[in-house]
Design a protein around this ligand. Sequence first.
Ligand code: HEM
Length: 495
Amino acid sequence: MRELFFAIIAAWALLFVYALGLVVYRKAFHPLAQYPGPWLWSVSRVPWVYHQVSGNLAKAILKIHNQYGEVVRTSPDEISFITPSAWRDIYGPGRTEFFKKDMKVYPRMVENVDSILTADNANHPRHRKLLNYAFSERALRAQEPLFQKYVDQLIHKLRDSIGTESSVDLVKWYNWTTFDIIGHLGFGEPFGCLESKDYHPWVAMIIEHIKGGAYLSASKRYSFLIPIMRRLIPKELIAKRNAQLALTKEKVARRVATDSSDADFLSFILKENNEKGLNRAELEVDASILIIAGSETTATTMSGTTYYLLKYPETLKRLKAEIRSVFVSEEDINFLSVQELRYMNACIKEGLRLFPPIPTGLARILEDRPGGEYVSGCFIPDRTRVSVSQYSAYRSPLNFKDPDSFRPERWLGDPDYAADKRDAVQSFSIGPRNCIGVTMGWAEMRLMLARVVWNFDLELLDDGFNPEQQDVYNFWQKPALNVRLSDASKSRRKA
Ligand code: HEM
């Protein structure tokens, strides 16, 4: 009995000495020890995991940058940057070879099948080359009628609501519109969200899945947590997930079997696909990724930009004046003409800055580089995790004057904002793994915002949407954006 007691004490003592040794090593002797950061974050990943599962990691990292500067240590093996040059040094051309995607953060949707988002450097070009056909200028021109059709539907439905509903939640309406557009482009058929004024089960499931993904990526930091997390996932969620995968297969199979004249993604991809291209399982996961990446992002930017326009009425006034003076009729509003709306473009850029759809860092890990690398002039040893934290970079007073204020004029050459580091904002990332949908995303958002502001006068009813109060689980957990709409035809005539 005494021996057992002493063995237990000795084991605890050893564990204590080991933990103490690890703390001292990580804080004083680790190759990243020179980088500033809160000491608890430097010696343990627990604070990172805690904030990730609490939904406030992006804001916690901003706080660290505000206290410690542009380059900070946010975990024993992780550095966060907010410098403009870090974009080029981590994600730029020639750098993705060794700054690889951190697979603890990027989960696969289907076991053993990589999408364009998770494919390694050897396979990524295969996905990207084929998908590029669906995102060419020519494709976008052919796709414009489809975008106009769903924006028409949005406008009609919102107009119908004026007489019957005292307010509308624009978060839902923007999400329904972008899901219907991308569902049609991805699967050859819409989800019918606008028609039913509800989220399709496929869409509802994917929203739940994204939040679950944030927990999973947190649990991957401690391998003993993975089986526990797997057990904790409710059976009902697994069943729904399987149903969603089955529906994806079914939708892709139906679309492949149809000889459609639509300019949807598969019409471009299938024409060019061959045995060196993508197999059916890869097409299915890419379709799913396109739907998530191409809907939540644009809907978030639309919601954020609309919210800030309403919070800063002088900006909305100026935007209305621009849209309602440039166009004579609504038919003039199209992909080409909206590019010319200078003020509106600045408003969307400012919306992307204050409310980036992907607020946390795009996680990368330096691999197979025994000699290390430099990022923004800082030495990074092999096996270090790095990222530019978008929310932190965009809200930092080191990069922007009045960082929390909505000031579209900072993008229009206003001398008051001449010192802003605008190239710290790379909402679509850069380099070979940047956003494939950047041109499409811009076209869609410009069209939607111009037509909403053309058609309606808007009034914010409450501050429930305030991003300062929102959680982030990979994406923002957006509450309602409650707005009262009125028909703008009278105010347009007066103007
Ligand atoms: C406001 C709108 C959007 C923003 C801010 C945005 C942002 C981004 C960012 C930052 C990345 C890099 C992700 C990473 O490195 O992990 C990315 C990748 C991607 N985006 Fe977007 N995106 C937007 C709209 C779209 C649209 C409309 C589509 C398609 C319809 C799309 C499809 C994709 C895809 C497929 C990737 C992966 C590209 C690759 O790995 O080669 N995105 N996006």
